[in-house]
Design a protein around this ligand. Structure first.
Ligand code: IVH
Length: 699
C-alpha cells in the first residue's frame, strides 16, 4: 500500500519534509475534491484518490501536531469519493459524539427571504417599483433557479470555514457546522489563486438530489420508517440530525447564490460575485441568465421552466435579482425581503405516483390518445388519477412503461401530464406500451396518416368519435344547444337515436322522453334548445361541423368571405388561400371536407332541417376606419369581453393578432396585462387603456 511505504520513508526524518508532504497532499486532495464534487470532472480514479487520502490520514495520525481542523480528512463521514469504500474515520473534531442540541448563531446581517410572484403582472409590479426607485438608471437582472431546499450560511474567515448555520428566524439560526462539513461540495478551506478575504460569508441552499431522495426513501420504507414527503423535507430533516455521522450518509449537496458579511472583498455585480465564489471553489448555480430587459427575464424564466427537470434537484421557480449590487443599499428592504430580488414561483406542482395502466381514448377527429391511469395522488389541490400521454411517440420518447413510478405535473387549468419517469424506481416488472391496431371503441382498424404522429380510427360512425363530435357540435362556442350535456349525448348515441348531428333535428319527443332519467319537460326543453340552434350564426355552424383546424376564429373569417355554404363548398384551395391567415394546410382541409359524399350529405340534411347556412347580415368583411391596422389585446377589459373587443375592431376593418410586433397599431391593455404590454413598451408601440380604446371605436 502506498501509505505504508510512505511511513517507512518518512520515519526518522525531520519534520519539515513531513509538513511539506502533508501540505502537498492536502492541496492535491482538495483539488480532486473540487474536481469531483463541485466541478463534476474527476481526474483520477477512486483508487488513486484513496491512496492520497490514506497517506495523509496516516501522516496525521503519526504526527498529530500537524493535524488542523481544515484538513480534508476532517470532512465528517465518508472519507473518499462517493462509491468508494465507506470509511467513517474523520470524526475526531466532533469526537463522534452526537450533540444534545444545536448552539445558536446570530447572523450579523439578517438572512432575509424573498417576496413571491406568481404572475407576469406581479413580476411587472416588481420591475415597475425598481423603475420608480431608480429613475433613469440602467440596470440588468440575473435569473437563477430557485432551489427547493434549505437556506444556509457559511462563514469563512481567512479562507477557513468557521461556522455554518441555518436561517432560523432570520436573525438567529442553528449552528450546524459539523453537519455541513459532511457535504463534500462545501470546502473547509477556500481555494484559488488570490488570498482569501478576512471574512467571506456565503449563503446558499442545501438540497437533496431527486435520485438520492428516491434511494433514501426506499431504504426507509424497507426499514419500516416513514418516508420523506419530498426532497426538501428530506434535506431539512437531514440537517437537523444531531449525529453528523448519519448526516454524512445522506445525499446532500449545496449551491451558493449569495453573500452575507464581507471583509476585505467587495463585488460590483452579482455576476462578478458568482464568478469570484466559483474561483474560491464554491459551487454556484450551473445555469443563470443575465437579462437586459423584462422580456429577456421572461424568456429566461420560460427556458428555466422547460429545463427544470434536467437539474438533479427540485426547483420551485426562478429568482430574479438586480445584477448591480451598487444599487442594493439604495433599494433597501421591506420587513422581510430585499427590494432588489423577487421569486417567481411556478404554479404547477409535481407529484410522483404509479402508472397502473395505459388506456387509449378516441377523440372527435378519431385520433387515439394514450391516457395514463394513475394511482390517485394529490396534486395542486386536487386528486389526480388520469393524465394525458399525448401520443405514442411521446410515450416512447419518455420511455414511459406500465408499472413505472411517474412524475405528474399540472399547470393551472391544464390537464395533468406525465413529465418524466423515476427510472431508479424500476424493478424490471414494467411493461412497454403498444398502440392497439384496432379502435378500442368500434374495433375498426387503426391507421397512421403519412407525416403524422397520430394514430386514428377513420370510422366516422365510431361511437367514441360520434359522442365527441356531438359534444363539440352542441357546445357553447358552437351551436350552443341548451340542455344537451355530455351525459345526454352518451344516452342518445347508446340508444341509437343519433348517428350524426343532423339526427338531432329529427328527434321526436316520445323517444327522448323514453330515455332513462328523462322527464317530459326536460325532453321538451332539449327539443326547444335544438330547434333554437337552427338560427345560429353561419360561422357557428361551420365551427360545429368539426372541419380539421377550423376553429371559431377561422369559421368567422370564412363567414366574412362567403355569403353561405354553397359558394364555400365550391371554393378551391387556391381561392381559399387568398384569405389572410389561411395557410395551405387549412385550405386543403376545408376543400377536402366538402369533397366527400358523406359530408355533402350531412350539409344537405342540415339544410333540410332548416339550419341557417347563410351569412348573417353585417358579417361581411368591411373596410373601415381601422382597415389594415393590427391590434393586440392584453388583460381584462371592464366593458367588453375579449370576443366583443375583437368584434368591435373587426367591424371597423381592423385585425387582431396574438403577439406584438412593430406592425402592431395599438395594444389595448386592460387589468392585469401580460408580457404583451412590456413588449409594446420596448418596441414603442402605442398602448391604450380601455377608455382610449372605447373612444377610438366609438369615434
Ligand atoms: S436569494 C434575501 N437565490 O428561496 C434572500 N434564494 O423564498 C436572498 N432560494 O430564503 C435569497 N434558490 O432559501 C436566492 N437562487 C436563489 C435561491 C434562493 C432558493 C431560497 C432561499 C430563500 C428562499 C426565499
Amino acid at each position: 500500500m502506498a501509505f505504508t511505504h510512505a511511513l517507512r520513508y518518512y520515519a526518522g526524518m525531520s519534520d519539515k519534509p513531513v509538513q511539506d508532504r502533508i501540505r502537498k497532499l492536502r492541496a492535491e486532495i482538495e483539488r480532486h475534491n473540487h474536481l469531483y464534487y463541485v466541478a463534476n470532472q474527476p481526474q483520477i480514479s477512486d483508487r488513486d484518490y484513496d491512496r492520497l487520502y490514506h497517506e495523509l490520514e496516516d501522516l496525521e495520525k503519526q504526527y498529530p501536531q500537524f493535524l488542523t481542523p481544515d484538513s480534508p480528512t476532517q470532512h465528517v463521514g465518508a472519507t473518499q469519493h462517493m462509491g468508494a469504500t465507506q470509511h467513517v474515520g474523520a470524526t475526531q473534531r466532533m469526537g463522534g459524539v452526537p450533540l444534545a442540541e444545536f448552539e445558536q448563531v446570530r447572523h450579523r446581517l439578517p438572512m432575509m427571504s424573498l417576496d413571491n410572484t406568481y404572475s407576469q403582472s406581479e413580476l411587472m409590479n416588481f420591475h415597475e417599483r425598481l423603475l420608480r426607485l431608480l429613475p433613469g438608471q440602467v440596470f440588468t437582472y440575473i435569473v437563477e433557479p430557485k432551489i427547493d431546499g434549505v437556506a444556509i450560511t457559511l462563514r469563512y474567515e481567512h479562507g477557513r470555514l468557521v461556522t455554518g448555520s441555518t436561517r432560523g428566524d432570520g436573525t438567529m439560526g442553528d449552528n450546524i457546522t459539523a453537519n455541513l462539513q459532511t457535504i463534500r461540495s462545501i470546502p473547509l478551506k477556500l481555494c484559488g489563486e488570490r488570498p482569501p478575504p478576512a471574512v467571506l460569508e456565503v449563503r446558499g441552499e442545501v438540497y437533496m438530489t431527486r435520485d438520492g431522495f428516491v434511494t433514501i426513501n426506499r431504504v426507509r420504507e424497507e426499514a419500516g420508517e416513514e418516508p420523506f414527503a419530498n426532497p426538501r423535507n428530506a434535506a431539512a430533516g437531514s440537517l437537523k440530525l444531531l449525529d453528523s455521522r448519519q448526516v454524512a450518509r445522506r445525499p446532500l449537496d449545496v449551491i451558493i447564490y449569495g453573500i452575507g458579511e464581507l471583509e476585505g472583498i467587495a463585488f460590483d455585480t452579482h455576476a462578478q460575485m458568482l464568478a469570484a465564489l466559483k474561483t474560491f471553489g464554491l459551487k454556484i448555480p450551473a445555469k443563470f441568465w443575465t437579462c437586459r430587459s423584462m422580456d429577456a427575464v421572461r424568456v429566461a424564466l420560460e427556458e428555466l421552466k422547460t429545463m427544470q427537470h434536467t437539474f438533479p434537484f427540485e426547483i420551485d421557480g426562478g429568482v430574479i435579482k438586480v445584477n448591480e449590487r451598487t444599487f442594493y443599499e439604495k433599494l433597501g428592504a421591506t420587513a422581510k425581503s430585499p427590494r432588489w430580488a423577487v421569486a417567481f414561483k411556478y404554479e404547477s406542482e409535481r407529484a410522483e405516483t404509479r402508472l397502473k395502466a395505459i388506456t387509449v381514448q378516441v377523440g372527435r377527429t378519431g385520433v387515439l390518445t394514450p391516457v395514463a391511469e394513475l394511482e390517485p395522488v394529490a396534486l395542486a389541490g386536487s386528486t389526480i388519477n388520469r393524465a394525458t400521454l399525448h401520443n405514442a411517440d411521446e410515450v416512447k420518447r419518455k420511455d414511459i412503461r406500465v408499472g413505472d413510478q411517474v412524475y405528474v405535473e399540472k399547470a393551472g387549468e391544464v390537464i395533468p401530464a406525465i413529465v418524466g419517469v423515476n427510472t431508479s424506481a424500476r424493478n424490471g416488472q414494467e411493461r412497454l406500451f403498444r398502440m392497439p391496431n384496432k379502435c378500442p371503441v368500434c374495433g375498426e382498424p387503426i391507421t397512421q396518416r403519412e407525416g403524422e404522429v397520430a394514430y386514428r380510427c377513420e370510422n366516422l360512425q365510431c361511437p367514441a368519435q360520434l359522442k365527441r363530435w356531438l359534444r363539440h357540435f352542441a357546445a357553447r362556442g358552437a351551436m350552443d344547444i341548451d340542455g344537451l350535456g355530455d351525459a345526454l349525448v352518451d344516452q342518445l348515441v347508446d340508444a341509437n337515436l343519433v348517428a350524426d348531428p343532423t339526427d338531432l333535428y329529427r328527434l321526436r319527443h316520445e323517444s327522448v322522453a323514453a330515455l332513462e332519467h328523462m322527464a317530459a319537460t326536460s325532453a321538451q326543453n332539449l327539443l326547444d334548445g335544438i330547434a333554437a340552434s337552427k338560427q345560429r350564426d353561419f360561422w357557428r355552424v361551420l365551427f360545429a361541423l368539426g372541419i380539421r383546424q377550423v376553429g371559431a376564429k377561422m369559421a368567422q373569417t370564412l363567414e366574412q368571405h362567403y355569403t353561405g355554404i354553397e359558394p364555400l363548398m365550391q371554393a378551391t384551395p387556391d381561392e381559399l388561400q387568398q384569405i389572410r391567415d389561411m395557410g395551405p394546410v387549412v385550405a386543403k382541409n376545408i376543400y377536402n371536407y366538402f369533397q366527400t359524399a358523406q359530408n355533402r350529405g350531412l350539409i344537405q340534411r342540415l339544410q333540410k332541417a332548416g339550419v341557417n347556412l347563410k351569412r348573417t347580415a353585417g358579417a361581411a368583411l368591411k373596410s373601415g376606419r381601422l382597415t389594415g391596422k393590427f391590434f393586440v389585446l392584453t388583460g381584462a377589459l371592464e366593458n367588453f369581453s375579449r370576443d366583443q373587443a375583437e368584434q368591435a375592431i373587426r367591424a371597423l376593418g381592423g385585425e387582431v393578432s396574438a403577439s406584438v410586433s412593430k406592425k402592431t397599431f395599438g395594444v389595448v391593455a386592460g387589468a392585469e396585462p401580460g408580457s404583451k404590454l412590456d413588449k409594446a413598451r420596448t418596441l414603442g408601440v402605442r398602448v391604450m387603456n380601455e377608455a382610449e380604446f372605447e373612444k377610438l371605436i366609438r369615434a
